[in-house]
Ligand binder design. Structure first.
Ligand code: AHR
Length: 330
């Protein structure tokens, strides 16, 4: 830890994490490692959402690799998609007096108290991937991540084009985790774009929690209660892949009988797109690690950083997926 001593009564939770050598799960935030007591290395506490999707796994791996390359000591915790676990992890990082805290908030609301605790402890916070809805923007230094509204919009715009000349297009929507920024924003962006084509109707919309099993389960229910489904809009690849399983089990052909639009462009999604089972993917890059480490070095050094850093992203058709697949990094 940079120029800091650690006179902390480490909690039982953090002690348990010590045994896990700085990599932990649930509420546990990795406890004191080699640099936490006094070295010159920057120590970052990273409170990850969980391991709900291929995107998240790729993001975790990338953050861990980038920290290593940047010479930053990373204390990692996996909140298993529970806000209370993330809050406990952040409090544990505050107790350990890490140099910087980064986290990807599972939901948008309810962060002000813990962020104020970090601010009072003089520990800068970086939001990565997902935003919080705090009105007080001084509670964090910057937000690095995608424009989720734009992603939803791109998905909707593709569908508007694809629906030209059709009289009725029934869409079912597989939403991400309730209350999560990407679920709220991707829904909003999509709804906005499809206003241009009144024949497109979202006939059912439910959360599949960003997981493959969630997507499959919800799609099974949608198929039972809706005789005419033309399109699935899934807020991520994993739920789209779950929907494919449900569609095939119902004797229909994904990508043909029912078109599928997803967001992420992780390897399994891109493979399904290249195979013709998904029709269009909007990219959401999980490769945030290098930018995160750069921002962390700057905020720890007291340098100013932009309050918003937006990730650059693209979109993929089936043909583009075939070309891009061999060189995809995740
Ligand atoms: O916050 C990013 C989203 O979270 C990804 O699109 C999704 O796959 C993940 O679970």
């Amino acid at each position: 830890m940079l120029k800091k001593i650690l006179p902390v009564a480490v909690s039982a939770v953090a002690v348990a994490a010590l045994a896990a050598c700085g990599s932990s799960s649930g509420a546990a935030a990795g406890a004191s490692g080699a640099g936490a007591g006094g070295g010159d290395k920057i120590v970052m506490g990273f409170a990850q959402v969980g391991a709900e999707s291929g995107w998240r796994t790729a993001n975790t791996k990338n953050v861990q690799e980038s920290a290593k390359t940047a010479g930053i000591e990373l204390k990692f915790s996996d909140a298993q998609q529970k806000q209370e676990n993330q809050i406990k992890a952040i409090r544990s990082y505050i107790q350990q007096k890490v140099d910087v805290i980064a986290f990807s908030p599972v939901v948008e609301t309810g962060w002000d108290t813990v962020l104020l605790e970090a601010k009072r402890a003089n520990i800068p916070v970086i939001l990565t991937d997902r935003a919080v809805d705090s009105e007080d923007k001084t509670l964090y230094k910057t937000f690095l991540g995608s424009d989720f509204v734009a992603e939803g919009k791109k998905a909707g715009e593709w569908l508007v084009k694809d629906s030209e000349g059709k009289s009725e297009v029934n869409v079912v929507e597989l939403q991400g985790t309730t209350g999560a920024a990407p679920a709220i924003d991707r829904k909003e962006g999509f709804a906005d774009a499809i206003k241009a084509a009144p024949q497109i109707k979202v006939i059912a919309s439910q959360t599949g929690d960003f997981t493959r099993s969630g997507g499959k389960q919800v799609m099974e229910a949608f198929l039972k209660s809706n005789p005419k489904i033309d399109v699935v809009y899934a807020h991520n690849d994993d739920m789209g892949l779950g929907a494919i399983e449900a569609i095939e089990a119902a004797g229909k052909v994904p990508g043909k009988d029912i078109k599928i639009i997803t967001v992420d462009a992780v390897h399994d999604g891109m493979q399904a797109l290249a195979d013709g089972k998904i029709n269009y993917i909007v990219e959401c890059s999980p490769l945030l690690g290098d930018q995160l480490m750069d921002l962390a070095k700057k905020v720890v050094a007291g340098e100013s950083v932009p309050e918003r850093v937006v990730t650059e992203e693209t979109t993929f058709t089936q043909e583009q997926a075939k070309t891009a697949l061999p060189s995809r990094k995740y």
